[in-house]
Design a protein around this ligand. Structure first.
Ligand SMILES: NC(=O)c1ccc[n+]([C@@H]2O[C@H](COP(=O)([O-])OP(=O)(O)OC[C@H]3O[C@@H](n4cnc5c(N)ncnc54)[C@H](OP(=O)(O)O)[C@@H]3O)[C@@H](O)[C@H]2O)c1
Length: 333
């Protein structure tokens, strides 16, 4: 496993990290969750991503139990705040009250004194940015959070946050967590250029497009048993917008490119996002340990310009590139 800096910060992260959205506390039983975490550790993954909202806060508990007893200094634990964690008006968003309460809950569930990266899980249009950034800065000073990041913020929102941080002397954002894959490239036009200039690294999610880029979803066929598309606890809903025959047909056409390089389709997908030097880490999900073992082999793979061009030609018009697709809710959820 190779490691990269998280943006321009001094923190090193594994270039493939493990995330537990949809799976821990929901789609998979605790034994499978633990087996996936163990496989990640065995394969050299040191970076783990979760969020307060995943599985109604149970995902953090499962991860906390799975990592308990390990040398804390050997791990980078990332979590997030913004989406609702309870029924109250203040159980959401990026207010001083919710951020402060949420980090305490996350630390308790993760059974740790601090998280390495704390991420604003979306932009909160109902809280002054100064309030959010000052609260994050306080958490850094208290040692509860080591670095600050955001997720799915636009270039304009990131730029504004950096300006405030510089003017007020607050800790700066070091990372952004966007969706990024061969099929979803909306960060390339605006977010990546700004991030390169400002030293912000992308910690990208759904690099395998939730499993679509493995090629296991065949056009015109029902989804394979046990896959995310059959997970009625939530996964099926999230993956459904990707399951269109025009996308699935083109994905099948990537098979020869993967085979020519001796890669599985999942490895090709993860390697593809890692070719972008602004990517600090690709967060992969897994419902079984074999998937983790498959996906980590993408670390260190180099795809030449000719291969990258061939991938573009195969995918053609199904690739989404519109920067306007980076959106946070207009009001708190
Ligand atoms: N910031 C955000 O808003 C946000 C949003 C989404 C995700 N994330 C983060 O990113 C992480 C990864 O997201 P993701 O789970 O969508 O990523 P992904 O890696 O694109 O998809 C993971 C899923 O694909 C299937 N899969 C993975 N490897 C496979 C393989 N080798 N062979 C066959 N199937 C395979 C598995 O689902 P099945 O086996 O069930 O089919 C697995 O759970 C999350 O856990 C979370 O930490 C963040």
């Amino acid at each position: 496993m190779e490691h990269r800096h998280l943006g321009r910060s001094g923190l090193m992260v594994s270039e493939i990290s493990y995330g537990n959205w949809i799976t821990h506390g929901s789609q998979v039983e605790e034994d499978a969750a633990r087996a996936c975490v163990q496989a990640a550790l065995d394969e050299g993954i040191t970076t783990f991503d979760t969020a307060d909202v995943y599985a109604g806060t149970r995902a953090e508990e499962v991860l906390g139990r799975a990592l308990k007893g390990l040398r804390r200094e050997s791990l980078e634990i990332f979590t997030k705040v913004y989406w609702p964690t309870g029924p109250g008006r203040n159980d959401r968003g990026l207010s001083r009250k919710h951020i402060t309460e949420s980090i305490h809950g996350s630390l308790r569930r993760l059974q740790t004194d601090y998280v390495d990266l704390y991420q604003a899980h979306r932009y909160d249009a109902e809280t002054p940015l100064e309030e959010t950034l000052k609260t994050f800065d306080d958490l850094v000073r208290q040692g509860k959070v080591l670095y600050i990041g955001v997720s799915e913020w636009t270039a304009e929102q990131i730029g504004r946050a950096l300006k405030i941080a510089d003017e007020m002397g607050f800790d700066r954002i070091v990372s952004n967590q966007p969706q990024y894959s061969m099929l979803w490239r909306v960060i390339e036009a605006e977010v990546v250029p700004l991030s390169e200039k400002e030293g912000i690294g992308q910690v990208v999610f759904s690099p395998i497009a939730q499993g679509v880029l493995t090629g296991k979803y065949q056009p015109g066929q029902p989804p394979p048993a046990g896959s995310r598309a059959t997970d009625e606890s939530g996964g099926a809903n999230f993956i459904s917008r990707l399951l269109h025959d025009d996308v699935l047909t083109r994905v099948q056409d990537l098979q020869p490119i993967a085979a020519d390089h001796g890669l599985t389709m999942a490895q090709l997908a993860v390697a593809w996002v890692l070719q972008n030097p602004n990517v600090s880490s690709a967060i992969v999900g897994a419902s079984r340990p074999e998937q983790v073992k498959d996906n980590v082999k993408a670390s260190g793979v180099i795809l030449d310009a000719d291969t990258m061009k061939k991938i573009d030609e195969v995918l053609g018009s199904v690739v989404e590139r519109d920067p306007a697709k980076t959106v946070s809710p207009a009001r708190r959820p």
